[in-house]
Design a protein around this ligand. Structure first.
Ligand code: ADP
Ligand code: MG
Length: 666
């Protein structure tokens, strides 16, 4: 099935290129490109039963003239539709061509989300469908229209059928009630029914998770020696005594685990997980102090320049008095500064290099790298963290993550890492008060903000990212910024940061907020990453329903870092999912709930799931499947010479051979 895609009708040179750019080169890879979701058009809802918040299919006819109106950069197309049970408005943004397709009386099958608009339940930007059934929705590939993509997949499936034998041993398949491969692939793309889709997903996810875990085990069984670091116990106490506060019990315990790893002759490969604000930085700095006491260099990599600078300032205060010479290497340095930094690192004049991914560019060579720390690791690809550790000779690796992950899942995703959990917050924090604010209460929120700012406090506004295709409805950061500045809070100092700004402008805006020159920071989720502004006491999250619970919890952690009472306002209509967030501040409980509700893929976004194509993405919070595959992998590896185990191990090697290295730490 490693047939080139050019064999498929309709794929000419241009489309071939587009597919290749998306990493799809063969028929097999196209078949493995699974839908992101499905539009369930198997049943339609009568308009009179449609409620705000529902996503549904409706069968209607056009009941009036189409109207068109312009507002800022939006073209708003509106038409009334009816199915005799009721009549409702339908609204599209920036799709002016639809107007021509809506003569009065035309029958339409629409699929989309119902929302409250000016007192009415309306359908917002629904798709106009042609067939009933379950329709696959793929991640969009630039240069390939959705319909062409569907047709190519269909053709690829035809080519595969009968030619791609089921590779899982039959006994194993039977034992776990897994459907056959061809059935699974066909129904994963074009399900005959929701039940067939479920069976297909289960089969594909099972296979993927099983092979991945086998691959991890194969790697691990090779063992790994690494840099062994010796230091006096006094080094640890010297560090603690420098801290302006007493360490929490959790910090002490985790650092104990880290210290034991450093001393062992095996290379450390440990992830420290802890809620935002749990004090992971102190643990990282302590580990660096120990490495230094043992005579080794360290590197600390952060995902953004702002965060790197923040760590740099912290390290100068805490570590320099202990004799650790600290340097900063980030993209915005001048060429000359870059050269000097590279020289200082190579000569061992820096004991600690702090930076962004500039730390792993080709030119950087370390003198004796003994410890590598990556902060907020969920922001990095596994590949990047591997590259950094390759800069040394099997250095110790410590990764810090503020994404709490349910235990079952981390066993699988980070099977190659030992995990420590910082499950205690430093004393004296007042928990952030979380409230859901429906649209009708918005005015009150602005009054509250004015009072907070009058008392010298600061506030964040976070807006969801908007997909290109999604000519929107949700308030993008720019619109919120304009609205605040010109209408709502013109007397306040407001800054804007978003992903499409130049890094220098973005950093400058963040800096003005950090130093208190701005009262309000409006942003997309870029601030999710580690900004520390203790004076900020209010977090407003627009369109909160668009975020996962774990992500909302992370965002909320940006406030409540100082002595003042802090607030998080979720701008949305109340629902049980959001209410859960108002009821607890326990990150692990929230992660567990998020996984149950949205599937584990959402916890990581697509960034992380690159290694696991189908399994993680399609598992619907299925902890049972995680456990089943975990046990099966263990059982197979216990008897690696049985025919079934051999077949599966071979498959795992094939499937993950290239990726194995990326997955592996050190
Ligand atoms: P995160 O785990 O999110 O990286 P940080 O390391 O940034 O958290 O710590 C958050 C804040 O808590 C910092 O201002 C830090 O100085 C403070 N902090 C860390 N540990 C303690 C402690 N044991 N007692 C009091 N404050 C602490
Ligand atoms: Mg941190």
């Amino acid at each position: 099935m490693d047939i080139s895609l050019s064999q498929i009708k309709g794929i000419g040179p241009a489309r071939l290129k587009a597919f290749q750019a998306a990493g799809i080169n063969t028929v097999r890879e196209l078949v493995m490109f699974l839908p992101r979701e499905y539009r369930d058009l198997t049943h339609t809802v009568p308009l009179c039963e449609l409620k705000a918040g529902d996503t549904a299919a409706v069968r209607v006819r056009v009941a009036g003239e189409v109207s068109e109106r312009r507002a800022r950069r939006l073209v708003i197309t509106k038409v009334y539709v009816t199915d005799d049970t009721d009549t409702i408005p339908v609204i599209w943004y920036n799709q002016p061509w639809l107007k021509k397709q809506m003569p009065q009386g035309r029958e339409l099958l629409l699929y989309g989300k119902a929302e409250h608009k000016q007192g009415y339940v309306s359908l917002i930007s629904p798709t106009v469908e042609s067939d009933a059934g379950m329709v696959p929705v793929y991640r969009s590939i630039p240069g390939i229209p959705a319909k062409a993509l569907r047709q190519s997949v269909e053709a690829a499936l035809k080519l595969c059928e009968g030619q791609w034998p089921d590779e899982l041993p039959e006994a194993l398949r039977r034992r776990h009630g897994l459907c056959e491969r061809n059935f699974a692939m066909r129904n994963a793309h074009f399900p005959d029914s929701p039940e067939a889709l479920e069976a297909a997903r289960r089969r594909i996810a099972f296979e993927e998770l099983l092979l991945y875990q086998i691959a991890l085990r194969l790697f691990r069984s090779t063992g790994r020696k690494g840099v062994q670091i010796d230091f006096d116990d006094g080094a640890l106490e010297a560090f603690w005594s420098r801290l302006p506060f007493a360490p929490t019990g959790a910090q002490r315990r985790v650092l104990g685990e880290v210290a034991a790893d450093l001393r062992s002759e095996k290379a450390m490969a440990r992830m420290v997980q802890g809620d935002v604000g749990s004090g992971k930085t102190a643990i990282a700095f302590a580990a660096i102090a120990l490495a230094h006491a043992g005579g080794w260099q360290s590197a600390l990599m952060a995902p953004t320049e702002v965060l790197a600078r923040q760590h740099y300032e912290g390290a100068k205060q805490l570590l320099e008095p202990l004799g650790v010479r600290v340097g900063l290497l980030v993209g915005s340095l001048t060429p000359k500064q870059h050269r000097l930094a590279h020289e200082a690192i190579a000569a061992g004049e820096w004991d600690l290099a702090i930076g962004t991914h500039a730390l792993i560019t080709e030119g950087v060579a370390y003198r004796n790298l003994g410890l590598v720390v990556t902060d907020e690791q969920h922001r990095f690809g596994v590949r990047q963290r591997t590259l950094l550790s390759e800069k040394g000779d099997a250095p110790n690796v410590l990764v810090m993550s503020a994404t709490p992950i349910p235990r079952t899942l981390s066993l699988i995703l980070y099977g190659d890492l030992d995990i420590s959990i910082v499950d205690e917050l430093p004393p004296g924090r007042t928990p952030v008060q979380t409230r859901i604010v429906p649209e009708t209460k918005r005015e009150g929120l602005y009054g509250f903000l004015r009072r907070e700012v009058a008392q010298g406090r600061q506030a964040y506004f976070v807006c969801p990212l908007v997909e290109e295709s999604e000519a929107v409805e949700a308030l993008p950061a720019e619109a919120v910024y304009e609205d605040l500045r010109t209408n709502r809070l013109p007397e306040l100092r407001i800054e804007l940061v978003h992903g499409r700004m130049k890094p220098a402008d973005k950093d400058a805006a963040l800096e003005r907020f950090r130093t208190g020159e701005a009262d309000i920071l409006v942003s997309t989720t870029v601030i999710e990453v580690g900004v520390n502004v203790p004076n900020a006491t209010v977090m407003v999250i627009e369109n909160a329903e668009r975020f996962g619970l774990a992500q909302l919890h992370q965002l909320r952690g940006r406030v409540g870092r100082g002595a003042h009472e802090s607030w998080c306002f979720l701008m949305a209509e109340p629902n049980t999912r959001l209410k859960f967030l108002t009821s607890t501040t326990d990150g692990f409980k929230i992660a567990q709930k998020d996984m149950e509700l949205r599937g584990p893929g959402e916890l990581f976004g697509t960034r992380q799931s690159g290694t696991l194509t189908a399994g993680i993405g399609t598992l619907a919070g299925d902890t049972e499947l995680l456990k089943l595959t975990h046990d099966e992998a263990r059982a197979l590896m216990a008897e690696p010479d049985s025919p079934d185990a051999r077949a599966v191990i071979e498959l795992a090697r094939e499937r993950f051979a290239d990726r194995l290295r990326d997955v592996a730490i050190n």
